[in-house]
Design a protein around this ligand. Sequence first.
Ligand SMILES: NC(=O)C1=CN([C@@H]2O[C@H](COP(=O)(O)OP(=O)(O)OC[C@H]3O[C@@H](n4cnc5c(N)ncnc54)[C@H](OP(=O)(O)O)[C@@H]3O)[C@@H](O)[C@H]2O)C=CC1
Ligand SMILES: CCCCCCCCCCCCCCCC(=O)OCC(=O)COP(=O)(O)O
Length: 311
Amino acid sequence: MERIMGGGMLPLVLTSVGVLLLYRILVRLRRGAPMHGAVVVITGASSGLGKECARVFHAAGARLVLCGRDAARLQEVVQELSGSSTDIQHQTFTPSTVVFNLVRADSVEKAAQEILKCYGHIDVLINNAGISYRGNILDTHISVQRDVMETNYFGPIALTQALLPSMVQRHSGHIVVISSVQGKIAIPYRSAYAASKHATQAYFDCLRAEISHLGIPVTVISPGYIRTNLSVNAVTGDGSKYGVLDKTTASGWDPRDVADAVLKAVRQKSKDVVLAGTVPTVAIYLRTLWPTLFFKLMSSRARKEQKHKDE
Ligand SMILES: NC(=O)C1=CN([C@@H]2O[C@H](COP(=O)(O)OP(=O)(O)OC[C@H]3O[C@@H](n4cnc5c(N)ncnc54)[C@H](OP(=O)(O)O)[C@@H]3O)[C@@H](O)[C@H]2O)C=CC1
Ligand SMILES: CCCCCCCCCCCCCCCC(=O)OCC(=O)COP(=O)(O)O
């Protein structure tokens, strides 16, 4: 045996162990950061994409802090997650909840302190909460433009700025924001929403650059249509609720698939991710590479939509 090991087996064994180790390192690098025990804060966790993100991060073993305006609906999510057992490969933790309205600056500041008290620190902040809008600029009250901006832009950036110092102090953390394809291209009759998402993209791009040396990644995720109640909950030009499940929303991506992609982006610390089909992706490139054609297409889309409304 000694002769066999000495005469050729040893290099073979060492090479095999080396290859196996390399393989395990590559698999770990591909999978990205582990989520087990990570403290993950999710806003807008009571429904839609936020609720699905809660499900996938919970299953991955994260310690969740779920945020929303409605305490009862957040508790329902906690009950659902605590009762679920499918797909779970790790020890799981019962989520905590923090109830607050993103548009109220004082409540955001208080909520940030409450969030930090849950586990003493946070590892990942997922700014997901948001509201959409349907309307013609000519018929839209300026207060509606401001309200959408408060929910989708000022609220998330206020929460980010309130939580960031604790991440900087620990030299650790990760900021994530759910933007939209409409943070990259503006389509007619979505002025308030598209403007808030463009502002979101710009702010978090600046933040990424400013804190990259601190080892705190910033991930902007821009999905296309997702099958949620976003259009039902959208506001119109006079501030009333739109209340319609649009065909584009109803035929959108399954929120579970989008949540899986969010988990992957967080694990891999991706910087900017577009989760959309061919047409929106081509439209994003067209906006930069051939803007005159893009603007023509948008004008034609606006005319068609207006004609449809007039009929
Ligand atoms: N659905 C889609 O087609 C797409 C959605 N997105 C983005 O995904 C994110 C999630 O939306 P989605 O799940 O689709 O829609 P939903 O309407 O299902 O969820 C929106 C969530 O935001 C929360 N929210 C709304 N306003 C406030 C507020 N003032 N303060 C605190 N929380 C608030 C709601 O919580 P509650 O009412 O309980 O307070 C709710 O949980 C949004 O940022 C949206 O822009 C991006 C691309 C496409
Ligand atoms: C293959 C040839 C392509 C040529 C490109 C032509 C340009 C076509 C325009 C496409 C517009 C896509 C819009 C996508 C919008 C979107 O996905 O928004 C996601 C949301 O946030 C949805 O919110 P909403 O409230 O609007 O439902």
